[in-house]
Design a protein around this ligand. Structure first.
Ligand code: ADP
Length: 206
């Protein structure tokens, strides 16, 4: 069977909806799925490892990559740059791996322009109250930061209708299965199956 290229997916969600937990669970189950590691100029936080959480680079290195047109999308957030390298993703897709981009609606808009075949998924929390509860339970943020995230959640969510798929992360295992179904369905499209089963199709049609 011919090696079929992997598919590219974007996952966006308001902070606290459960996107990181879902991605982690997905990658644990499927060795042929990977999340793209972004480049950033910000300093690593305690516990963050280079090339695992981010590729940590200097501002000069980052600007050189912009010059080389090596980013699918990049953004400056306050004093730091963040970006998704094309080269890293293309080599994984070529190896047949399905790649997830964990980016917001602005990044999604940029990637859609460059790669219209990207499949995009928006994850919603089951309610505002539950979102706030999850942010509180996560125990990462102060009350002020949580209030800010709740305000930002509304503006992120207002872009849900730009996405191909929408998942409500109420029951975790159901939401995880929903993502798996989307990924599996992409492996069965006409184009993917034609690439994969050329020999079979030729023999059946002879
Ligand atoms: P995000 O990456 O979207 O900011 P996280 O993955 O950090 O969100 O999840 C926020 C919190 O909600 C975490 O404590 C996580 O364990 C919890 N969580 C995620 N999904 C669910 C779910 N379906 N039901 C209950 N709690 C959840």
């Amino acid at each position: 069977m011919a090696q079929t290229r992997g598919n590219l997916f974007i996952l966006s969600a308001p902070s606290g909806a459960g996107k990181s937990s879902l991605i982690n669970a997905l990658l644990k189950k499927h060795t042929d799925m990977k999340v793209s590691v972004s480049h950033t100029t910000r300093s690593p936080r305690p516990g963050e490892e280079n090339s695992v959480h981010y590729h940590f680079v200097s501002t000069d290195e980052f600007k050189a990559l912009i010059e080389k047109n090596d980013f699918f999308e990049w953004a400056q957030v306050f004093d730091n740059y963040y970006g998704t390298s094309k080269q890293a993703i293309e080599s994984q897709l070529d190896a047949g791996i399905d790649v997830f981009l964990d980016i917001d609606w602005q990044g999604a808009q940029q990637v859609r322009k460059i790669m219209p075949s990207v499949q995009t998924i928006f994850i919603l929390p089951p309610s505002k109250k539950e979102l706030e509860q999850r942010l509180n339970n996560r125990g990462q943020d102060s009350a002020d930061v949580i209030a800010g995230r709740m305000a930002q959640a509304q503006s992120e969510t207002s872009h849900y209708n730009e996405y191909d798929f929408v998942i409500v992360n109420d029951d975790f295992d159901t939401a995880l299965a929903d993502i798996e179904i989307i990924v599996m369905a992409q492996r069965l499209t006409l184009k993917a199956q034609e690439d994969r089963h050329q020999v079979l199709l030729n023999s059946l049609l002879k």
